[in-house]
Design a protein around this ligand. Sequence first.
Ligand SMILES: Nc1nc2c(ncn2[C@@H]2O[C@H](COP(=O)(O)OP(=O)(O)O)[C@@H](O)[C@H]2O)c(=O)[nH]1
Ligand SMILES: [Mg+2]
Length: 364
Amino acid sequence: MQIKKYIAGNYSEALASIKREMGNDALILTTRSIRDDSAWNGRGASKVEITAAIDPVSNNIKSEIEVISQESTIGSSNFNYAEAEPDIKSLMYSLLSQTERAKALGIKNHQLDLFSQLIKNGLNEKIIAKVFSKITVSDEDDNILSLKNKFIKIMQRLIICKGGVEASNGSLPKKVVLVGPTGAGKTTTISKIAADLIYRKKKKVALVSLDTFRVGGIEQLQIYGDIMGIPVETAQDNSGLEECVKRHSDKDVILIDTMGRCHKDHDYSAQLSKIFEGLDEIETHLVLSAVSNEKQFMKSYKQFSPLEINRVLFTKIDEGLNFGSVVNFSLRTRLPLSYLTTGQRVPEDIEVAVQDRVIRLIFN
Ligand SMILES: Nc1nc2c(ncn2[C@@H]2O[C@H](COP(=O)(O)OP(=O)(O)O)[C@@H](O)[C@H]2O)c(=O)[nH]1
Ligand SMILES: [Mg+2]
């Protein structure tokens, strides 16, 4: 293991030296700001010191990192390397300025304005770079407007929207279940979907609640069911749900509401899978709140993926501030979008997700 300290005027310069001497696989052990008392004005100028090493992170090095990191700082905030994920390459990458990162990703000068606008709205920079790379090189002298239009055209091909809940063509009712974290808006959304099916599409609908653990879970759905004049059932297990489905075999759609559980409850989707066993062709929509973040989206996706999720719908678009994560999630998982919900009012605040609307979200 070769360890060396680099002192430079700023992080970019120090990183450039490290890359030059140690190559791209160099590890950053510590970074800190230091005063250079030899500066000509006598007051001392600010410099940066990066300690770098070459070799993969082994256990030995980890303990070295822990020792050194106790004094290390980035700017004014303490940065404990031992506590951070030791993904050194991404740290090095994150220390670069936005423009340097853009350059590293192959973004061209005329694309920088749009790049930073999209980053501000939370779109993943690698996704942006990938889309930009599909815009042909002969368009270098594009202005931002035509670049944006080309960007939108490519996004239209990438974002998958598969429409809302439709009745099945066959004689059996379509069974649709909404799953997702507590408070994401499942019960509210299921009521909105039911209203759309009943009043606009003139379909026969039954509601089933598996939300029997939460006080108020069933009452909430019952109230909406009563207003719409449709049956609301509860089921606790597989045979209970099977009976409900049989009883409502004359319906066009059976909408199934579930209780939410926190993402740490890994047995929950296994329990749900058991409840759905033997019920063929269930369409599962994952419900996520747009006020949450991408990390939580991925956790929920992971938690519910044993259920075979067919669609994703985002609630609380009216409260969200930054929608890049919604698009990042859709592109990363390739899950087709079904709905966006835009407020608490039932049945008004829901729309079927369409590409143009989703893309507009990232341009705010
Ligand atoms: N602002 C806003 N609030 C919503 C939206 N959808 C649901 N809610 C609210 O979110 C809260 C939780 O909704 P609920 O349907 O009970 O969530 P569940 O636990 O997933 O069933 C309620 O206060 C809803 O009124 C939405 O699109 N926008
Ligand atoms: Mg609920």
